[in-house]
Design a binder for this molecule. Structure first.
Ligand code: NAP
Ligand code: MG
Length: 501
């Protein structure tokens, strides 16, 4: 292991498991076996604060995709898992939840180092949320139901619907919530009896490879969960286009989502797309400003702004415009930026040099477009891909920094005068993932809830998520829901059954 990483692990009291995990040559998980790429190719995984080498992982080939899909196909077709009693699936999902919970500290440390995530937030949100979702979906395994239907056809018949698992699922996840998004992708299909092949983002594969060990420990039958590591444009593409897959579940950017949807469509496979966002927060003159400050902090500055539903456009009523800007900036300016394993860190680095330069380029665009820089705007002097929390005021909807997803800690603030104008500005965007409104006026809140074009609308908060509330976008933020009972539907076929009596 890189000696710098070793020192940091010692300094922050990392678990023995974490110490053992890093510096290794890891393997993928196919058909219940830990395996290298068929051609032996490997790629390096880096830590984004120090750029130190964390581990090496296989760079899968399309042959490995075939192997993984064949394993999932065989497991599904042989009834391994799909024919298990619901109570057995429930028990196994709960066992996985217990193992994740028992290893929460180690998983959080791995995730924190791999993705640059501030450790405390990672534990509280990513890992705790994953445990909860596994338990939530475990509960659903026994509650999947069809219905009986009254029919009017001549003769005497009994008709009902039968819900059956859809088959083999191809799941692709991004790098901003590597562990949590992967659990979002796998808990629901497993509850319904599907088998799956999951590909983490190439730059953040480690927490899922650790999870593969937990699958082994829990006794997941071979072929039910397969985890392959490799490049999206080759391995990811081969997976979502694979003819033996029955369903594609994708979380990532809108441009890649379009490619994935086309590949799925070539096989007439259903696809769920959880894509990008540029979520508005609308603050009326009667808003509680402390709530607004808390919400911006928890959305656009949490996870270094690498949050799909992050409130990146702040529309503020002109009468409280300067006051809100000042309050939000005062909090942003004292955010503690630092090494991800340090428990006092509030914001870690951007995930990579590429992402850091994308964000810094957008900050330059904001300056050129004439927005007023209120705070941040630079990378701190330290090594690592850090970017300061940045606020631009006096923006307008024609600016690129208001229209395009930056995916960094950059907030654009825009004034408005009337409710009608605020709604028009908020809806004037290609994305529709989420939105929030801040007001004490119940009627106004309900009008906004109805008219905001978004998959989720929050009132007096932003970025609240629960296993039981469906999450997904409209417009170019995608379609289909993750979480909640709605997600299960994507992994179930509805068969109509007729019996003539
Ligand atoms: P990305 O570039 O679209 O990549 C997402 C995943 O797709 C990665 O695993 C990537 O693999 C893979 N991929 C790339 N090309 C592919 C192809 N042709 N076929 C199949 N898979 C392919 O997104 P990202 O940069 O990792 O993540 C950031 C984006 O995700 C943002 O736009 C964010 O808004 C969105 N996001 C949305 C949600 C949501 O719930 N709506 C949640 C989180 C993130 P490689 O890493 O190997 O390239
Ligand atoms: Mg990494």
């Amino acid at each position: 292991m890189d000696s710098l990483i070793q020192k940091l692990l010692c300094k922050y009291g990392a678990t023995g498991e974490t110490h053992r995990f890093f510096g290794q040559h890891h393997k993928m998980y196919i058909n219940g076996e830990f395996t290298d790429a068929s051609d032996g190719s490997m790629s390096e995984v880096l830590e984004p604060c120090t750029e130190a080498l964390l581990a090496r992982v296989p760079a899968a080939s399309t042959e490995d995709v075939d192997r993984a899909v064949a394993a999932a196909r065989y497991a599904f077709d042989q009834g391994e898992w799909s024919n298990w009693k619901p109570a057995q699936r429930e028990r196994l999902l709960n066992c996985l939840a217990d193992l994740v919970e028992e290893n929460a500290q180690t998983i959080a440390e791995i995730e924190s180092l791999d993705a640059g995530k501030a450790i405390e937030g990672c534990k509280a949100v990513d890992i705790a949320g994953s445990v909860d979702l596994l338990r939530y979906m475990a509960g659903w395994a026994r509650n999947i139901e069809g219905s009986t239907r009254q029919v009017s056809a001549p003769g005497e018949h009994f008709a009902c619907t039968l819900k059956q698992p859809i088959g083999v699922v191809a799941a692709i996840v991004p790098w901003n919530w590597p562990f949590n998004m992967a659990i979002w992708k796998l808990a629901a299909p497993l509850a319904t009896g599907c088998t799956l092949v999951l590909k983490p983002a190439q730059i953040t594969p480690l927490s899922m490879l650790f999870f593969a060990g937990l699958c082994e420990q829990a006794g997941v039958p071979k072929g039910v969960i397969n985890i392959i590591t490799g490049k999206g444009s080759s391995v990811g593409n081969a997976l979502v286009a694979h003819p033996n897959v029955n369903k594609v579940s994708f979380t990532g950017s809108t441009p890649v989502g379009k490619t994935v949807a086309k590949a799925a469509m070539d096989n007439i496979n259903p696809v769920t797309l959880e894509l990008g966002g540029k979520s508005p927060m609308v603050v009326f003159e009667d808003a509680d400003i402390d709530q607004v400050v808390e919400a911006t902090q928890q959305s656009i500055f949490f996870n270094t702004g690498q949050v799909c539903s992050g409130g990146s456009r702040l529309y503020v009523h002109r009468s409280i415009y300067e006051e809100v800007i000042e309050a939000v900036a005062d909090r942003a300016e004292v955010m503690k930026i630092g090494f991800s394993l340090d428990p006092s860190t509030e914001m870690g680095p951007a995930i990579s040099a590429d992402q850091q330069s994308t964000v810094l380029d957008y900050i330059e665009v904001g300056r050129e477009e004439g927005a007023r820089l209120v705070c941040g705007g630079h990378r701190p002097d330290d090594a690592g891909y850090f970017v300061q929390p940045t606020i631009f005021a006096d923006c307008n909807n024609n600016m690129r920094i208001v229209q395009e997803e930056i995916f960094g800690p950059v907030l654009a603030v825009i004034p408005f005068d009337t409710e009608e104008e605020a709604l028009e500005l908020a809806n004037d965007n290609i994305y529709g993932l989420a939105a929030s409104v801040f007001t004490r006026d119940f009627s106004r809140a309900m009008r906004c809830v109805q008219r905001l074009e978004a998959g989720t609308v929050w009132v007096n908060t932003h970025d609240m998520i629960d296993s039981n509330t469906p999450f997904g976008g409209v417009k170019q933020s995608g379609f289909g829901k993750d979480l909640g009972p709605e997600q299960l539907e994507h992994f179930l076929e509805t068969k109509s059954v007729w019996m003539t009596l």
